[in-house]
Design a protein around this ligand. Structure first.
Ligand SMILES: Cc1ncc(COP(=O)(O)O)c(C=O)c1O
Length: 275
């Protein structure tokens, strides 16, 4: 919240009110996919750095895949300086596969945060990690944590039911749907000569109206927001409800059939004629 993603980005504000100067002072914000700037921060702050937190696949500034070597670079540097590597898998967890982004890219963080899929649509979140770090949490350790909905029985039952459905073959289905959607949208924009980037990581798809590859927040922000809005409303008029901003991501689900994907591509083909 010192410099936040999708929700506040869409509203065009850089952070959020109520974050104290102390919280800002304790946080270093480094561009995604930029190990050089991280190295400069490490040179400056060294072992004062307690943890490096990252969405392993950024999905709050649109979909931005990790560059080759980025996650491995984070793993190596955090190990060297004795900092924790924390993966925010709220979006990627159980969506890229049963082992999330850490399984997809074979990089093991020290702590991971989960939300969304883990609750099967009900409010549930989870933190997981190395046993010696987890033991710092109450009731075993001194760090107290609890909440009104912690371990809520209905949410945990829904989460378990969803996770039992998510056998590896279901991810193959999701992946195929995502690939059909991404390939279809790409061909629509290519045929129309419209500059668009459609990144895909496994089951996640992004959509930016820009001619340069999107690698970080700056290149994501180069996406033409007015064009996205026109495209969004054109699609909505044709019965397809996309994510409402290119700072959000398209998530195909198991309910989406090949027919749904075809209808979406056909709608996109009709809408690009109006762009
Ligand atoms: C990547 C990511 N991390 C964290 C959160 C917030 O999670 P929670 O609502 O469990 O605090 C969100 C959005 O809701 C998110 O997209």
């Amino acid at each position: 919240l010192v410099a936040s993603g999708s929700g506040v980005l869409t509203l065009g504000v850089p952070g959020t009110a109520g974050v104290t100067d102390g919280a800002v002072a304790d946080t270093i914000v480094v561009p995604y996919n930029d190990l050089e700037t991280l190295d400069a921060a490490i040179d400056q702050f060294g072992d004062e750095i307690a943890a490096v937190l990252v969405e392993p696949v950024a999905a709050n500034m649109g979909l931005v895949p990790p560059a080759p070597g980025f996650l491995a670079g984070l793993r190596e540097r955090t190990r060297t300086i004795g900092a924790l590597l924390v993966f925010d898998e709220v979006i990627t967890g159980f969506r890229l596969g049963t082992a999330g982004a850490q399984g997809f890219f074979d990089i093991t963080p020290d702590l991971s945060m989960f939300g969304k899929v883990v609750g099967g649509g009900l409010p549930l979140a989870a933190v997981a990690g190395r046993a010696d770090v987890m033991d710092v949490l109450a009731p075993v350790g001194p760090v107290y944590q609890a909440g009104t909905l912690s371990g809520n029985p209905i949410a945990t039952a829904a989460g378990l039911a969803a996770l039992r459905e998510l056998q590896p073959a279901r991810y193959d289905e999701l992946h195929a749907t995502a690939t059909a959607l991404a390939d279809g949208l790409r061909s629509v924009f290519d045929d129309a000569g419209i500059a668009a980037q459609i990144p895909q990581v496994g089951t996640l798809v992004g959509l930016f109206f820009t001619d340069a590859p999107v690698t970080d927040l700056a290149s994501s922000s180069a996406s033409d927001a007015a064009r996205y809005a026109t495209f969004f409303h054109g699609m909505l008029d044709r019965g397809v409800f996309l994510a409402p901003s290119s700072y959000e991501v398209l998530f195909p689900g198991l309910a989406h059939t090949p027919d749904d994907v075809e209808r979406t591509i056909a709608a996109a083909r009709a809408v690009v004629e109006t762009l």
